[in-house]
Every structure is written in structure tokens, then in C-alpha cells.
Write a protein that binds this ligand. Structure first.
Ligand code: FPP
Length: 231
């Protein structure tokens, strides 16, 4: 069985670079290659949604030069990938507090999401300036505003209405979460959406993660029994 939605915490770019005596950005560049390969694998396998954690709200704490290089890399990736995304029928989307991204990055994203919007293979979702807690706060604010405007009663708020105010309202919850480089943490990623998601942690560093690793993660996922709290 192929998971409908795979989410990935792409960790280990810095370590990959350090192991080779390279600057950290080289690890991020190689990480972008892994995004390309894994997206292609998702298309080949028929995965409907792939959400990758590319920049967290906490990543602003990194040295300014690394933050700037990451945004430049993302912008370059978004612009350069359009022909391949079109060829493979990949629809590009982004989630996060996108209004705080560098303007040129916002423009590149707007263009790429518009151009690829009607594509029908995998939807590649970039989590950019994303944090699960901020997303929950934004949803709570949206609900409060509707209650204050008299459009919604407090008693009518349920899981479905809450989820409909998240950035991911149009996406199914992930079936499988992959985290590379061995860390056993959620790191503020998709906190609401991962409630029943199967977790696969691999020691591989993200720049070394490829199509075969994705297939192995899916094979392991298929051995799991998902019970959703039942027996
Ligand atoms: C974590 O590795 C990775 C990031 C914070 C950035 C992820 C970005 C990419 C994979 C590059 C571009 C993405 C796209 C979508 C083109 P780390 O730097 O925390 O690694 P470390 O823990 O080994 O230091």
C-alpha cells in the first residue's frame, strides 16, 4: 500500500557537510537534490502529497549568512524546478507564515504555485517559516474572529472546523512521517496533523537520502498495523 501523504523532517544537512569539511550551505544544496529525487519517487509511486520541512520559524536563529543562503537556495529551487514540476505534473504549494518570507521568495512561490496549480500528480508542499504551534495559534485566531463577528457559535467548534482553519485544510493528514539523521523529535512540525501518523526514523543524513530509502520507509510502513486507538 502506498501512503497518500508522506511528511519529511529533512535533518542532517549540516553534519553531512561537516563530515566532508565543506561549508554548511553545501549540505543544504545537496539536500535540495534529495528533495528532487524524493519528489520524483513520489510521482513514480503515486504518493498524492509530500510535505517537506524546509525552514522552521526557529531557523531564523541561525547565523544570518546561513539564513540568507537558505532563502537564496529555496528561491533558486522554486524558479528552476518549474519545468520539471510541469513535466512530472507536480503541483507546488507552501505552508507557513509566508508573508514574512523575503519578498523575492514570495514572488517566486506565487509564480510557481500558480503555474503548477492545475497539475494532477503529487502535490509537493514546502513548509517555509513554519511551526506547528504558530499554525495552531493562527487557526485559533481565525475561529475567534468568526465567533466575535457572530458567524460561528463556540459550541459549534469541533475537530473538523478547527482543521479547516489550518494551513493544511485541503490536505489529508500524513500517513507516514520520515525523519532523517536519527533524531527522535517532532521539532514543532505538523503537531495537529501527525496525531495518528506512523513515524520512520533513519540514521541516514538528508543529503544521502534517496529513492531507495523512500521505498524502504514505505515497505516498513506497510508492516505497521494502524489502529487509531481501536484494537
Ligand atoms: C536541517 O539540517 C535542514 C534544514 C534546516 C533546511 C532544509 C533545507 C533543505 C533540504 C534545502 C532546500 C530545500 C528545498 C525544498 C529545496 P541541519 O542544517 O539542521 O543539519 P544538522 O542538524 O546536521 O546541522
Amino acid at each position: 500500500m502506498i501512503p497518500r501523504h508522506i511528511a519529511i523532517i529533512m535533518d542532517g544537512n549540516g553534519r553531512w557537510a561537516r563530515e566532508r569539511g565543506l561549508p554548511r550551505i553545501k549540505g543544504h544544496e545537496q539536500g535540495a537534490e534529495s528533495v528532487r529525487a524524493v519528489t520524483e519517487a513520489c510521482v513514480e509511486l503515486g504518493v498524492e502529497f509530500l510535505t517537506v520541512y524546509a525552514f522552521s520559524t526557529e531557523n531564523w536563529k541561525r547565523p544570518e549568512a546561513e539564513v540568507a543562503a537558505l532563502w537564496a537556495l529555496l528561491e533558486q529551487f522554486i524558479a528552476q524546478e518549474i519545468p520539471t514540476l510541469m513535466k512530472n505534473k507536480v503541483r507546488l504549494q507552501a505552508i507557513g507564515r509566508l508573508q514574512e518570507l523575503p519578498e523575492s521568495c514570495q514572488h517566486a512561490l506565487a509564480e510557481a504555485t500558480a503555474q503548477t496549480g492545475a497539475n494532477t500528480a503529487t502535490t509537493l508542499v514546502l513548509a517555509l517559516n513554519y511551526s506547528g504551534r504558530s499554525e495552531i495559534i493562527d487557526a485559533v485566531k481565525a475561529l475567534c474572529a468568526e465567533v466575535a463577528a457572530g458567524e460561528l457559535g463556540v459550541g459549534d467548534i469541533d475537530q473538523e472546523k478547527f482543521a479547516a482553519r489550518l494551513y493544511t485544510s485541503a490536505h489529508p493528514d500524513p500517513d507516514l512521517l520520515i525523519r532523517t539523521s536519527g533524531e527522535m523529535r517532532l521539532s514543532n512540525f505538523l503537531l495537529w496533523q501527525l496525531s495518528y501518523t506512523e513515524i520512520h526514523v533513519t540514521e541516514k543524513l538528508w543529503p544521502d537520502f534517496g529513492k531507495d530509502d523512500l521505498r524502504a520507509a514505505i515497505a516498513e510502513f506497510n508492516k505497521r498495523q494502524r489502529r487509531y486507538g481501536g484494537i
